[in-house]
Design a protein around this ligand. Sequence first.
Ligand SMILES: Nc1ncnc2c1ncn2[C@@H]1O[C@H](COP(=O)(O)OP(=O)(O)OP(=O)(O)O)[C@@H](O)[C@H]1O
Length: 224
Amino acid sequence: MPQTTIDARNLTKRYADGQAQLLAVHDISLQAMPGESIAIMGPSGCGKSTLLRMIGLSMKPTSGSLLLQGLPAPENDKDRSAWRNRMFGFIPQDYAILEDEPAWANVAIPMEYAKPGIKRAERKQRATAALEQVGLAGKARRMPRQLSGGERQRIAIARATVMHPAIIIADEPTAALDTHTADTIMTMLLAQCRQGATLILATHDPRVAAQCDTTLTMRDGAFI
Ligand SMILES: Nc1ncnc2c1ncn2[C@@H]1O[C@H](COP(=O)(O)OP(=O)(O)OP(=O)(O)O)[C@@H](O)[C@H]1O
C-alpha cells in the first residue's frame, strides 16, 4: 500500500469571534495519495481556506490530527516552518507576488529556504527555466506591474512548483481568469501531479473541479 501524502483526521477549527466562537471547520477527514488531485468546492465562507491553511501547516487545528508523508505534523513553529518550506508549494488566493522584485526573483523565493543552499546564479537559472515552463520565456526580468493578471498567476505557479514539492496547495488558482487561461493553469498544475505531486485546491468553478480526480464539497465547515 503506497504512503499517503496527506492523512487528515477529524480536523476542527474554531475561531474566536468576540465572546462567541465560530466553528469554521468541523470534523473533517481527508486522505490524498501521491499524484492525486482534489478539488474542494462550496459556498463562500464554508471553510475551504481554513481547511487548506491547516493542511498547509500555516494554522493549527483546534483538534484533530494530521500526518504528512506518514509522519505527524510537528507542533513547534520552527519545525512547522521547515516542513512547510520543504514539502509544500503554495498558490495563495491573492498570489502574494512581491511587486518590487522581478519575475525571476519571485519564483526563486522557495529556493532561498533550500538546504543545502542554492547559489544566486543557479537560483536565477532555475527560476528562469520554471518561468519558461509556464509560458513566460523572456519575461524573467519584467517587474510584476508589467505583467497581466494571468501572467502574474503563472509566476505564482512557477514559484509553487520550482522545488517540485510533494504537495501543492492552491486557493482559487483560476479565479477571475478567462476560460482559456484557467484551462492552461489547470494543465500546468495537473502536469505536476503526473510527476507525483499531490494537488489540493479550493475552487468555485465546476469546470476546474471536473479536471481533478476527486471533488469534495463543503458546507458550514463540513463535507457533504
Ligand atoms: N482569522 C479568522 N478569524 C475569525 N474568523 C475567521 C478567520 N478566517 C476565516 N474566518 C471565518 O471562518 C469562516 C470560514 O472562512 P474561510 O475563509 O475558511 O471560507 P472559504 O470557504 O475559504 O471562503 P471563500 O470562498 O470566500 O474564500 C468564515 O465565516 C470566515 O468569516
